[in-house]
Design a protein around this ligand. Structure first.
Ligand SMILES: CC(C)(COP(=O)(O)OP(=O)(O)OC[C@H]1O[C@@H](n2cnc3c(N)ncnc32)[C@H](O)[C@@H]1OP(=O)(O)O)[C@@H](O)C(=O)NCCC(=O)NCCS
Length: 153
């Protein structure tokens, strides 16, 4: 039986997880599966040591990690949102949006004033819906077109 959007969102838990934990290992698997394998790449070929500086936000459904979003402090008042991914089976239920809301609430509580990100062009509409604005021309990252986006609180 299909699980309804309402049930999914009621059962989702979003929280900050620790770098190096078992949850972090599950996050790496999700990032590899969603963000790298479809491009013919492997996350595990990259230098992942910089992950240590990120705040790791994860979404759990029935204690299984099904979404992630990282926040990297890049300047005194600025965070960079990166590695936003939702398991394919859970997309279009508002889960990505909930992680963005969680990230923004965290950022504001910590006194950050801006969140910047490099959006895949395929995800522009998703971020625009959350009031992120395109700030630059198209560029390529991991072989696919991106645009810089920004939200100022
Ligand atoms: C981009 C991504 C993280 C969005 O996650 P998601 O959980 O599907 O996001 P949401 O469900 O909040 O929003 C996606 C769409 O679902 C729809 N939606 C949102 N809430 C909904 C709800 N409660 N019920 C039904 N549909 C809903 C919206 O139409 C939204 O459309 P939009 O993208 O045009 O704004 C996900 O598609 C993904 O992992 N993509 C592959 C990796 C990727 O591109 N990451 C971004 C890199 S910059």
């Amino acid at each position: 039986m299909a699980v309804s959007t309402e049930n999914i969102l009621n059962l989702v838990d979003i929280r900050i997880i620790a770098y190096g934990s078992d949850d972090y290992a599950a996050e790496l698997q999700l990032r590899d599966r969603v963000l790298r394998k479809p491009l013919g790449m492997s996350l595990f070929d990259e230098d992942l040591t910089r992950d240590k500086a990120d705040i790791h936000i994860a979404a759990f459904y029935d204690n299984v990690l099904v979404g992630c979003l990282l926040l990297l402090p890049v300047a005194e008042n600025v965070l960079k949102m990166r590695q936003v991914a939702v398991d394919e089976a859970f997309r279009s239920n508002g889960l990505g949006g909930l992680m963005v809301d969680f990230a923004e609430e965290y950022a504001q509580k910590q006194g950050y004033k801006k969140i910047e990100l490099n959006a895949r062009e395929t995800a522009l509409a998703f971020y625009e819906r959350h009031n992120y604005s395109v700030t630059g021309e198209q560029f390529f990252e991991v072989g696919i077109p991106h645009r810089k986006m920004l939200k100022v609180f």
